[in-house]
Design a protein around this ligand. Structure first.
Ligand code: ZN
Length: 431
C-alpha cells in the first residue's frame, strides 16, 4: 500500500483542539490511517509547515452550475430576482452549460478547500460527470418544480428526479450519493408530494428541499394547509432523520421543536439570506434545541461565491445579530458547522480528522498578515481565513490541489469555457 503523509502542520481534531501532528492516509482506500507525531516512512509527503490541516469543508446546499449566472442579476428581492432574471436565463441553459458551470463551481470549491457538497439542479448527469472527474464527494439531486407545469409535465419532472436518485446513488466509486429533491413546499403541489415522497423512501434516498426561506413562503402554506410549513412537511413524511432542508429562516419555536425531534438537518445559507434580504435564521435557538445545523452557499448568483470560509464568518456574524447576543454562534461552534455538522446534516461520512475517517482534508497557509498572530486557530478559521489561503485540497485520499495548482481540472480551460458559455447564454436571453 502506497501511503501519503501530510507533514509538519497543526491539525484540527474532531474535539476542536489543535495539535502539532502529521496525517497519514491511504490514497487507494481513501482513508485516514493515523494522526500522530511520529509517523515515518510514508511513500509520499505533502508539506503542511506553517499551515493548519483541517477537515475538508462541506457545502450543504448549492446550485453549482449557477456559477454561470454570477453577477448576472443582483440587488432584487427573491421573487423579482427569480421571475425577471434567473428563471428566463435558466430556461436557456443547455446540458453543456450545466456541465461547464459545474466545472467552474467545482474548480472554485477545490481552490477554497471544499471537499463535499450538495447540489440541486437539472441536467444532473452532467454534474455527475464533472464531479467524477474533479474528484469531490457530493449528494446530488434533480430539483422538481410542478407549479408552472401541467400534470404530464409535473410527473415527468418528478420521475426524472426519482430515476436520477435511483440510478446514480453510489456513482463515482461511491463518492456520489443522491436525494429526491422537490424544489420547495410551495413550488411542488401537495398531491405530488403525497405520491412521490413514499417512492423516495422506497428508493432509500433522503429528501432535500427549500423551506421557510422567506416570510412570503410561509403565509400561503398557513392559509392553504392551516399549519406552518414544517408541520405540513411532517404531515407529508418529509421530516425524517436523513432529510435536510435549505434555509429555515422563518421558523417559529414549534418548528424548531419539530426539527430537533425529527433529527432533520437545516442548511443555513447566511450570505444568500442577507443578499436577498430573506431574513435572519434563528441559528442560536436551533443549536440550543439540538437541531443539526449545517452551512451552505446556495447558488453563486445569490452569494456570489462558493467560499465556505466566507459562509462560516457570515454565519457567526448574522447569528449574533439574530440573537442580539455577541456570544451567540461562537467561533468553535462555527468550525463544527463548517466541517462535521454539515456532513452529518447531508448524510455524508466526512468532516473529521481521525483514524478510519474518509481522507477529506484542506491545508491552510497561516503565513499571512491577516492570519498573524496565531492566538486561536479556530478563531482564524471562523473569522479571518479566506479561500485563497488554502494550499492543498485532498478528497477520498486523492490530492485535488497541490500548492494552489488544481490537478484534476484544467483551470485555464475551465475559465475560458465558462466565460464563453456565460456570454453566449446572456446573448440568447437578450434575443
Ligand atoms: Zn437554493
Amino acid at each position: 500500500m502506497a501511503t501519503l503523509s501530510i507533514t509538519g502542520g497543526q491539525v484540527l481534531l474532531p474535539d476542536g483542539t489543535v495539535t502539532r501532528a502529521d496525517v497519514l492516509i491511504d490514497p487507494d482506500g481513501g482513508e485516514i490511517l493515523e494522526v500522530g507525531t511520529d509517523i515515518a516512512g510514508a511513500d509520499e509527503t505533502l508539506d503542511a509547515s506553517d499551515s493548519l490541516v483541517t477537515p475538508g469543508f462541506v457545502n450543504g446546499h448549492s446550485h453549482v452550475a449557477m456559477t454561470l449566472l454570477r453577477g448576472y442579476a443582483d440587488d432584487k428581492p427573491l421573487d423579482a430576482w427569480l421571475q425577471e432574471d434567473i428563471w428566463p436565463a435558466e430556461g436557456e441553459l443547455t446540458g453543456e452549460d450545466v456541465r461547464i458551470g459545474a466545472e467552474l463551481g467545482l474548480l472554485e470549491m477545490i481552490k477554497g478547500g471544499t471537499t463535499a457538497f450538495t447540489d440541486m439542479y437539472f441536467e444532473m448527469p452532467e454534474v455527475v460527470d464533472a464531479v467524477d472527474r474533479a474528484g469531490l464527494r457530493a449528494r446530488l439531486g434533480h430539483g422538481v418544480v410542478t407549479v408552472v407545469k401541467d400534470d404530464a409535465g409535473a410527473r415527468e419532472d418528478l420521475e426524472t428526479s426519482l430515476a436520477f436518485a435511483r440510478e446514480y446513488d453510489g456513482a463515482a466509486d461511491g463518492r456520489i450519493s443522491t436525494a429526491f429533491m422537490p424544489h420547495s413546499l410551495t413550488t411542488v403541489g401537495r398531491e405530488y408530494l403525497e405520491e412521490f415522497v413514499p417512492k423516495a423512501r422506497d428508493a432509500g434516498v433522503p429528501v432535500h428541499y427549500h423551506a421557510n426561506e422567506t416570510a412570503d413562503e410561509v403565509t400561503p402554506i398557513v392559509e392553504s394547509e392551516g399549519v406552518r410549513p414544517l408541520a405540513y412537511a411532517a404531515e407529508l413524511g418529509m421530516l425524517e432523520p436523513e432529510d435536510f432542508v435549505a434555509h429555515g429562516v422563518h421558523v417559529d419555536e414549534s418548528e424548531i421543536g419539530l426539527l430537533a425531534e425529527a433529527g432533520t438537518g437545516v442548511i443555513h445559507c447566511p450570505a444568500s439570506n442577507m443578499k436577498l434580504a430573506s431574513g435572519m435564521a434563528p441559528v442560536q435557538r436551533m443549536l440550543e434545541e439540538g437541531v443539526t445545523v449545517g452551512l451552505g452557499t446556495d447558488g453563486a448568483a445569490s452569494n456570489n461565491d462558493l467560499s465556505m470560509l466566507d459562509e462560516a464568518r457570515d454565519a457567526a456574524m448574522i447569528g449574533k445579530l439574530a440573537a442580539e447576543d455577541a456570544s451567540a454562534v461562537p467561533a468553535e461552534r462555527v468550525v463544527e458547522l463548517l466541517t462535521h455538522d454539515t456532513a452529518d446534516a447531508i448524510g455524508l461520512e466526512s468532516g473529521r480528522l481521525e483514524e478510519g475517517a474518509p481522507a477529506d482534508l484542506a491545508v491552510i497557509d497561516l503565513e499571512e498578515p491577516h492570519l498573524t498572530p496565531a492566538h486561536d486557530l479556530a478563531s482564524h478559521l471562523a473569522y479571518a481565513a479566506a479561500a485563497s489561503d488554502v494550499r492543498h485540497t485532498i478528497c477520498d485520499g486523492q490530492v485535488l490541489m497541490r500548492d494552489r495548482e488544481v490537478l484534476t481540472l484544467d483551470e485555464d480551460a475551465v475559465l475560458e469555457r465558462a466565460g464563453e458559455a456565460a456570454d453566449a447564454l446572456a446573448a440568447r436571453v437578450e434575443e
